[in-house]
Design a protein. Structure first.
Length: 332
């Protein structure tokens, strides 16, 4: 009996183990079984057959692109032509307006001259009375319509290429004529429109007026050609900041031919107004005169707008600062 029970016990245990192992294998197979691929669509089309058709479509698109590009270039050229025409018409309008204003000025020249002389008038200082006498009356106290009765003078000269190449001899003559009109002054200075000094050793100081100094100024000017941006604001600003003195009568002479686009006329006027303030009597610290050289008028009309800009700037600048602007009719 003992032997049979042992055999039965072994047989049941063996079957349990086998059943559990077999079940585990089946479970693993069920877990690890991957899904079969699903076919979404079956096609038998040969892709190589559509290549020629796609190439033809590509060529057609490229052809349309070329046509559109040519049309765009034509439109851009037409736009450029129209813009140039508009610019030319604006210049012609400015030219007509300038001639109109000039004709009005000429028709009322005597009245305006009286007004300018009234604005620019300066009383004789005690020093001038002592040197010239109380009864002194200058026979010719103007040069080109500009009063010349100050004791100190500063020349602000445009040293740009257009001035140096075309109007330099005429500019030298204007400087010489201006110096000849003044019988004697207490101090002279020469700067370019950038505020650079002709004589660096006299930076910030007045140069005593002597015949030899005047000759030196003219001779040095013949070859003096520092960089210029064709804007007088830097030179005028430095002159006022460096040399203003309430006890001195100072005149600044600005000589130039143009004011390039890009600079703001309004900003220049505001800058000068800010530093060249009015005193208690309404007079400016220094008086500013301007002389214009018609150099750019010899160039193509599209370049002449800078001349009108310079004229408008100097006309307004001199009027605000007790001076006079004179535009020369030739530069030779």
């Amino acid at each position: 009996m003992r032997k049979e029970r042992e055999i039965d016990s072994f047989s049941v245990s063996f079957l349990d183990v086998m059943s559990c192992g077999f079940g585990a294998i089946i479970l693993l197979l069920m877990i690890t079984k991957s899904a079969a691929p699903i076919v979404l669509e079956v096609t038998e089309t040969d892709a190589s057959a559509s290549v020629p058709e796609l190439q033809q479509q590509l060529f057609a698109i490229r052809g349309e692109t070329d046509i559109l590009n040519r049309e765009l270039n034509a439109k851009q050229e037409q736009l450029s032509v129209n813009q140039e025409r508009i610019a030319r018409l604006r210049r012609e309008i400015s030219d007509i307006q300038g001639r109109y204003e000039t004709s009005n000025q000429l028709s009322d020249e005597s009245t305006q001259e009286i007004g300018r002389l009234s604005i620019a008038k300066q009383s004789l200082t005690e020093e001038m009375q002592r040197l010239l006498g109380d009864s002194f009356a200058r026979e010719n106290n103007v040069i080109g319509g500009i009063p010349v009765d100050s004791e100190y003078i500063i020349f602000i000269i445009d040293t740009s290429g257009s001035m140096y190449e075309s109007a330099w001899d005429r500019m030298l003559q204007v400087i010489q004529d201006t110096l000849d009109i003044y019988p004697e002054v207490k101090g002279i200075q020469v700067l370019n429109d950038m505020g650079d000094y002709m004589f660096d050793s006299f930076r910030g100081d007045w140069i005593q007026d002597t015949p030899s100094l005047r000759n030196l100024i003219i001779s040095t000017l013949r070859t003096w050609n520092p960089y210029s941006n064709s804007s007088p604001v830097e030179g005028v600003t430095r002159a006022i900041n460096s040399f203003y003195d309430p006890d001195k009568k100072i005149s600044i002479y600005v000589l130039g031919d143009d004011f390039q686009p890009g600079g703001s006329i309004t900003e220049v006027l505001r800058t000068i107004d800010r530093i060249n303030r009015e005193d208690a009597d309404g007079n400016r610290l220094v008086r500013i005169h301007g002389i214009g050289f018609p150099v750019i008028f010899q160039l193509d009309r599209r370049f002449q707008q800078s001349v009108y800009r310079y004229s408008n700037l100097m006309r307004e600048l001199t009027q605000r600062n007790g001076g006079t602007f004179v535009g020369l009719n030739n530069f030779r």
